[in-house]
Design a protein around this ligand. Sequence first.
Ligand code: HPA
Length: 234
Amino acid sequence: MTIHIGAGPGQIAETVLMPGDPYRARWAAETFLDDAVCINEVRGMLGYTGTWRGHRVTIQGSGMGMPSLSIYANELIRDYDAKTLIRIGSCGAMQGKVNIRDLILAMTATTLSTPSRGILRELNFAPCADFDLLHKAYQAAEARGTPTHVGGIYSSDVFYDERPDLNEQMVRHGILGVEMEAAELYILAARHKVRALAVLTVSDHLLTHEALPSEEREKSFGDMVEIALEAAFA
Ligand code: HPA
């Protein structure tokens, strides 16, 4: 048990999928895993461990934003020996070529600040994905014909952003989409020598202001879960 995760020793797998929404963790575990057991309910941040095609996997909610993800990822890595962490989440598109429902595999995650800022201080560390996971996720996405973009994303601290100039710079510099967790996950993975990747579905578009209809969110989320599982175990 840790401060924020109630699982006992050995109850968490080496491979962990991390959706922001704890109810998504439950849905993914019930839909894709065999013998899923709830291993965390502390603060309602649900986590489940089961098997997928015989491989042990945990699906643990991260909450929204880097401070929340940082708590769960730190405890998963340091106390439960997680070795592969894959964020599965949504993002807002920042380029015209990226469409609603497309998949983004985050090669890098640009950020203004993360909970690691206190350690990195003036250093502009470049948070990047594990190449092997990225490569396998791309192959899995291609095999199912999912339109997929690979490149840089922006991990923001704010959903209700009041700095349009920053978004403009992101767009200008080719950033594919914006979300709120990946940069800290990548930094923690680098620090602790584990593997990380963020697999993201485009749920809204910052340029066209389109949004994914709610009835389609489940299907897109399901595709993403399967791509993440294939990347982890291919
Ligand atoms: N901004 C930040 N995070 C997001 C967005 C967004 O537009 N869409 C999905 N996650």
